[in-house]
Design a protein around this ligand. Structure first.
Ligand code: SF4
Ligand code: SF4
Length: 159
């Protein structure tokens, strides 16, 4: 249970932050979540970084969604643990998404995960730009400049 506070809890802040990302994606807009973005040619730094990562993915990884792409996942489940922003850095916590089966590390609603869990992001340039995949995740091996989340031994209710 979340701590009671007159201020927003970390979980609420995390949800607000992630919902903003979801809204941006649905609206087809980009914004400076987590940083003050400058603009170049009408694009934010964040959008330019996402595009750089998309190009890197195309050059270095199997086609997204292909069996080869899926096979890269070791099903460690780490990307399904709670994340919160600390300044411009994501922290990866030890509490898991409610849909993660922590015994098998598999999602209990994989087919409907994006409908069921607005904080769930697909593996791709967006979550990579945020630094939401752990250091040992195969999808980010060799990605120049990748900054993984800070692993913190706390649950979302303890921070
Ligand atoms: S962190 Fe990477 S390897 Fe682990 S479950 Fe997520 S995508 Fe798969
Ligand atoms: S809903 Fe998303 S974050 Fe939650 S367990 Fe399933 S895949 Fe992981």
């Amino acid at each position: 249970m979340a701590r009671k506070s007159s201020r927003k809890t970390a979980k609420q802040r995390a949800i607000d932050s992630a919902l903003a990302v979801v809204r941006e994606r649905r609206n087809g807009r980009s914004s400076a979540s987590g940083s003050k973005a400058g603009r170049a040619g009408g694009k934010t730094k964040k959008q330019l970084e996402i595009e750089r990562i998309e190009r890197w993915i195309k050059r270095n990884l199997p086609p997204q969604g292909s069996p080869e792409w899926e096979a890269l996942c070791t099903e460690c489940g780490k990307c399904c643990y709670d994340k919160v922003w600390r300044g411009s850095r994501l922290m990866l916590l030890k509490s898991a998404c409610g849909y993660l089966d922590t015994k098998t590390n598999l999602c209990k609603c994989y087919e409907d995960r994006f409908e069921n869990e607005p904080l769930c992001l697909p593996v791709g340039a967006e979550i990579m730009q945020m630094g939401g995949l752990p250091e040992d995740c195969p999808y980010v091996q060799g990605l120049p400049g990748y900054r993984p989340p800070l692993v913190v031994d706390k649950t979302i209710d303890e921070i």
